[in-house]
Design a protein around this ligand. Sequence first.
Ligand code: ATP
Ligand code: MG
Length: 557
Amino acid sequence: MNDLDSTETSNKANNFIASLIESELADGIVDKVVTRFPPEPNGYLHIGHAKAICLNFGLAQTFGGDCHLRFDDTNPGKEEQEFVDAIKEDVKWLGFSWSGEVCYASDYFDQFYDWALHLIRNKNAYVCDLTPEQASEHRGWATAPGKNSPHRDRSVEENLDLFEKMRAGTFAEGACVLRAKIDMASPNMNMRDPILYRIRKISHHQTGDKWCIYPSYDFAHGQEDAIEGVTHSVCTLEFADHRPLYEWFLANLPVNSKPRQFEFGRLNINYTVTSKRKLKQLVDDGIVSGWDDPRMPTISGLRRRGYSANALRNFCDSLAVAKTDGIVDIAQLEFFVRDDLNKSAPRAMAVLNPLKVVISNYPADKMELLTIPLHPDRDMGDRSVPFTREIYIDRADFKEEYSKKFKKKFTPGKRIRLRNSYVIEAQDFEKDEQGNIVQINAILVENTLGVNPEDGVNPKGVVHWVSVSHGRRATIRIYDRLFTHEAPDRGDKDFIEYLNKDSFKTIDNCWVEPELTKTTGEKTFQFEREGYFVADRYDYTSENPVFNMTIGLRDNK
Ligand code: ATP
Ligand code: MG
């Protein structure tokens, strides 16, 4: 190996699983890497899943292998076609393509059934009629061995007959289960005769009414991997205790390949929850508008918020793939979002809280189309922005009186640079009966368009603006964190108690430059001096432009 090769190889091995794969490929232990991303279609994918997706698809990409998308659809009571469709869309949107067709655990139900028969014939499985309460009492607990079920020694013939009846629908739900016969005294609770099949008399989104018994996660997962020739089955740490069982099945079944399981730490992010069950509760209870509400840490929510796929991938790649669960600061995710959008988002001007400025020395019937670059550093072309006698600036940029604290603000007698335009000077202002400022009267300072001001012009700062007559009204949705607590699901109270009541507000009197009514798709812009805003995927129209605030320009939290 020359120096070049060694640099290349060490770049690939940026985590412990990649290093292992690298040495296995070098030693000929594995010829081709096959990984999989195995979601259960019982909810939408969240940011934690994005980490698993980037890891699994990333390993296959790095080492020229395959990564399957496989639905672990063994629990039809909680699964739906809507989730299957959403998951496929999210994986594609993140920028990954799975190898071959989408796989489903349910594709292998016939095979699993045959393998269950195989275990029964080898006296490795039995039908057990204990009630769930009795079964849990028999299981013992971590420090005390369990007791054998009274049905453990049923004959092979009796088990075959009972299992066939389970499948035929003869028994009621919960009447019995098929269990593996392993060791009720094992220190690993997962090895205490785990359940292989349950009776569930419900239709399945893929197999309809073909089955009324369904395999457990444990009985299905490793076998799915084996059928698909998965070499490295990468999952989260909570499955580490299931690994002996995963290996037991592979050792006791006539499988064609022997996948191996590796575990890594789950991604948790502060100020949010990453559990499908909890996210589902937010949706079902109407706390958010849906799985893709822009406040949700789901992939579809982040997308609707304006986070780019590139930013999410960069964030996931920055995470340690470790043997411990960690909590990542949300600021780390936000860093990658700003970093990406700063480079990719065209600039625009939008006034969120408009205050009218009338420029008395500019003719009322005049309009100048100013040519302004879409991006300061990249060649994205230009946009045309109309300049007129009446413009809006943001209320926050004006102060009635000059003060040192606000010395960059616009105040009577002081000058300000209109972004990409002229310098103007405020003369006075008008108030309504309630005492609110409703208009600023100003004059334009000649020879200040597109040039550095001459000595003495002295603008105090730069403000963004939009023409009153040529600008357009828009709706802006502002989002904040959904939870006020750093660890909403690890606090003393129910996570719902930590909801941020002010996580969403709408501003519907915002004024935007006309170009912003002509965008298509989910385009994100930098509204200068405000932050990043994305045209809402569903609600934006050119007649009624709706933008979601993605993130502010700086981290002010
Ligand atoms: P949840 O607890 O949110 O329901 P899950 O683990 O039950 O998640 P699955 O659909 O079974 O959801 O997950 C598919 C894959 O994504 C699994 O391999 C799982 O380990 C991985 N995964 C799920 N949550 C995370 C997370 N927070 N961080 C990293 N990987 C995750
Ligand atoms: Mg799961």
